[in-house]
Design a protein around this ligand. Structure first.
Ligand SMILES: C[S@@+](CC[C@H](N)C(=O)[O-])C[C@H]1O[C@@H](n2cnc3c(N)ncnc32)[C@H](O)[C@@H]1O
Length: 210
């Protein structure tokens, strides 16, 4: 089992590095990466930083420093170069969203792009994020999610078993917006793009304080 997971991690890290260098992929994601990085104030946690696809977008006048967590060691290997070339300090840590090695309220902002489709326990991951975010802190997300249209949602569900295997546990049918709210966030703004099996939402959420 461990070998199989290792192989998948390695395969996905390498395939995703190639995919994320294509102009089609970049035209679909870079404008949103830039928009979110522009909001990433103070001490920032980036969750599921992958090959460091966001690192270039952080701006020193806005972002003080970034703690970037990522569970896949092969992704971290790809991210090292990006981290060394970034304009802000980026510290790479091997860890998962579900259990974050930081104290309560440590971060001003948490950013994650294209991550919660593949997190094993997204509710636990988002609760952990809420825990490490300071009161009033912002959660910045770019995610592809379940389509509100039932017919598309059924197609997404049918394709998800294959997608999980070829794309690093990615669930096409995940209702991440609802999970964000269940974890204790208020969605302040959202912008949609794409559609069909791949509707994408770029959102700013804030920590809800009881
Ligand atoms: C599609 S890639 C996105 C990478 C990068 N954030 C980007 O925007 O291109 C999904 C990433 O989520 C990571 N991931 C999967 N499960 C995770 C978890 N439980 N906690 C944190 N990251 C996770 C994967 O290892 C992978 O790097």
């Amino acid at each position: 089992v461990k070998n199989k997971r290792n192989f998948r991690n390695r395969f996905f890290a390498s395939a995703y590095a190639s995919l994320s260098r294509t102009s089609t992929f970049q035209s679909m994601t870079d404008p949103w990466r830039k928009q979110l990085a522009n909001e990433a104030r103070g001490v920032v946690l980036e969750v599921g930083s992958g090959g460091g696809q966001n690192f270039d977008f952080y701006i020193p006048e806005i972002t003080k420093r970034v703690e970037a967590i990522e569970p896949n060691p092969y992704m971290i290997a790809h991210a090292r170069k990006q981290a060394s070339q970034a304009k802000v300090d980026i510290n790479l840590i091997q860890s998962s969203a579900e259990s974050l090695p930081f104290e309560d309220g440590y971060f001003d902002t948490v950013l994650a792009t294209l991550v919660f489709c593949s997190v094993d326990d997204p509710l636990q991951g988002l609760k952990e994020i809420r825990r490490v975010l300071r009161s009033g802190g912002m959660l910045l997300l770019l995610e592809h999610v379940r389509n509100d249209n039932q017919a598309w949602a059924i197609i997404q569900t049918m394709l998800t078993p294959i997608q999980k295997v070829i794309a690093g546990n990615c669930h096409l049918n995940r209702d991440t917006r609802s999970i964000v709210k269940s974890a204790g966030f208020i969605i302040r703004s959202e912008e949609w793009s794409g559609g069909g099996i791949h509707p994408q939402v770029c959102m700013v959420a804030i920590r809800e304080d009881q």
